[in-house]
Design a binder for this molecule. Structure first.
Ligand SMILES: *[C@@H]1O[C@H](CO)[C@@H](O)[C@H](O)[C@H]1NC(C)=O
Ligand SMILES: *[C@@H]1O[C@H](CO)[C@@H](O)[C@H](O)[C@H]1NC(C)=O
Ligand SMILES: *[C@@H]1O[C@H](CO)[C@@H](O)[C@H](O)[C@H]1NC(C)=O
Ligand SMILES: *[C@@H]1O[C@H](CO)[C@@H](O)[C@H](O)[C@H]1NC(C)=O
Ligand SMILES: *[C@@H]1O[C@H](CO)[C@@H](O)[C@H](O)[C@H]1NC(C)=O
Ligand SMILES: [Fe+2]
Length: 476
């Protein structure tokens, strides 16, 4: 405990160092807090209320020009990374759903035809929401693309990932529960200015928090789309659905779950044989990413269960060594918020995660940060009483990264004592980076918003569970 505390102290920002030293020394000297598990960081931050940025904020500005495309965002558009889904909204008239694109070195401009849709939610009417899938791109290539053809054209660019292969390095950003508060803006800025440049974001759910407004004011879906455009128009964000995407509001006649989210955020679910956009998989560089839905049926015989049962054996670790799972509600969470909400899904799927040696599971939902040891809890059978998580080198590390900064504020109340499965926990906003080096090693770091852009508040070298199944715990 003492050593860990001091090593993370040495990287902490200067403003809070003194208080931190006193706290850490206090713990080391008198051992006042019970400490069965890892580290509970007592990092001291300024406690301000988390409030949403007002509608006239700079980040919500509507781009100038007649029918200018806004809320531009991209995500992977196929199973292997040669496709991109480009989405945007126009408000004056539908305009064109075409995307014009060309590679940096190529002269030939190509175009792809998309479609647009609209929806109503209580008394809100959406703009024209366009989705256009570009296919058969070259790997590892910079492409420019234009939307708004015929009216106000806007140009963006993205890099396609390298071809799928076992030793391809790739850097993922991790953001969850972002919302649109001043803290959300800090998180996004810290992600953008992190010197370890993320190439794609794994987003673990809860996007706009529009549903916290009266009548789920969907204008806040539009402002969120404009806010994050500065990142997601240039690199894909891989979407996971959270509870704030459900938008179930029978009191105002809205009984179809996930309506605004499904209209606005398309994902390539059919490419992985899924029958719904809430669970799907992609390959990207050396990673195989499985996205699950905490808010769709997952019990035995359900579509999600059958899909996952068929999906896991398809993962070829010689091709994609890194098996990453995204979901919204965490299975291992030692905060007093959403405690045990992920339990029923854990009971259903955890034996598979151990069997197929998932490397890491990222979840959100709890507005704080936590990293687990490699543990499993799969021995219980109703009568044997074996219901305590145990260290398991075939089990994933579980990371809760729901600390994007939304208006609901931080989760600060933790279960005590810290359970043995919890390696590190801290109630601060931030983001993380998962930096795959090769088939055996990935470097993981968590960055809190109070620190300088390069500061790493929690780190771990991940050893791949298929190729290098050694103990990679930071506390042993
Ligand atoms: C929707 O209804 C609410 C509450 O009645 C009202 O405040 C708001 O102005 C209405 N919005 C539109 C676009 O009509
Ligand atoms: C959001 O962050 C950006 C980049 O740091 C900054 O330019 C902008 O003024 C911020 N906006 C608000 C409303 O905080
Ligand atoms: C797994 O991937 C490797 C490397 O791409 C390939 O050689 C092998 O045939 C694949 N195995 C299966 C069962 O598809
Ligand atoms: C923390 O959560 C526990 C369990 O829900 C509750 O009993 C306790 O009052 C909470 N403490 C604070 C300071 O909110
Ligand atoms: C994989 O990356 C790690 C960390 O950078 C390095 O120590 C190791 O030598 C690499 N393995 C191979 C086979 O290159
Ligand atoms: Fe949530």
């Amino acid at each position: 405990m003492g050593l860990l505390g001091l090593s993370s102290f040495s990287r902490a920002s200067s403003s809070s160092m003194v208080a931190y030293v006193i706290l850490v020394l206090g713990l080391v000297l008198n051992g006042a807090l019970p400490c069965n598990g890892g580290q509970t960081s007592l990092f001291v931050r300024k406690v301000e209320k988390t409030i949403d940025m007002p509608l006239d904020s700079d980040v919500f500005r509507v781009p100038p020009g007649y029918n200018a495309p806004q809320q531009v965002h991209i995500t992977q558009g196929d199973h292997v990374g040669k496709g991109v889904i480009v989405s945007w909204v126009t408000v004056d008239e539908p305009g064109s759903s075409k995307v014009l694109y060309w590679s940096e070195n190529g002269k030939q401009k190509k175009q792809a035809e998309g479609k647009f849709t609209t929806y109503r939610f209580f008394n809100y009417t959406s703009g024209y929401i366009h989705h256009c899938t570009i296919r058969n791109l070259e790997f590892n290539t910079k492409y420019y693309y234009v939307v708004g053809i015929g009216h106000t054209e806007r140009t963006f660019w993205f890099l396609t990932p390298p071809e799928v292969g076992p030793d391809v390095p790739y850097t993922f950003g991790l953001i969850g529960d972002l919302g649109q508060s001043f803290d959300s803006n800090r998180t996004l800025t810290h992600y953008e200015l992190n010197p370890q440049k993320g190439q794609a974001v794994l987003f673990v759910g809860d996007l706009s928090y529009a549903d916290n407004y009266p009548n789920h004011d969907n204008v806040r879906w539009d402002t969120w789309g404009r806010f994050v455009e500065r990142s997601v128009a240039y690199q894909p964000w891989i979407w996971t659905a959270g509870n704030h995407e459900i938008d179930f509001a029978p009191e105002i006649g809205e009984t179809k779950p996930f309506k605004p989210y499904s209209k606005r955020y398309h994902v390539p679910y059919k490419a992985s044989g899924s029958t719904a956009p809430f669970w799907y998989s992609i390959k990207r560089a050396s990673a195989y990413i499985i996205v699950l839905s905490s808010y769709s049926a997952y019990g035995k015989y359900t579509p999600q269960y059958k899909w996952l049962e068929d999906e896991l054996p398809k993962v070829n670790r010689s091709e994609t060594p890194w098996l990453i799972v995204l979901m919204h509600s965490p299975w291992y969470n030692s905060y007093n918020y959403h405690y045990m909400e992920g339990e029923t899904m854990r009971v259903m799927y955890e034996p598979w995660f151990v069997q197929y040696k998932v490397d890491v599971v990222f979840a959100g939902h709890v507005h704080a940060y936590e990293r687990s040891e490699r543990v499993s809890n799969v021995a219980y059978n109703i009568v044997n009483g074996k219901c305590i998580p145990v260290k398991d080198q075939s089990a994933p590390v579980y990371i809760t990264i729901g600390d994007g900064g939304n208006l609901e504020g931080l989760a600060t109340n933790m279960t005590e004592p810290q359970p043995a499965y919890s390696a590190y926990r801290e109630a601060s906003f931030g983001h993380a980076i998962f930096d795959i080096k090769n088939r055996t090693h990935a470097y993981y770091s968590w960055h809190r918003n109070q620190d300088g852009y390069a500061v790493e508040a929690d780190t771990m070298w991940f050893f791949n569970r298929h190729w290098h199944q050694l103990d990679d715990s930071t506390s042993s």
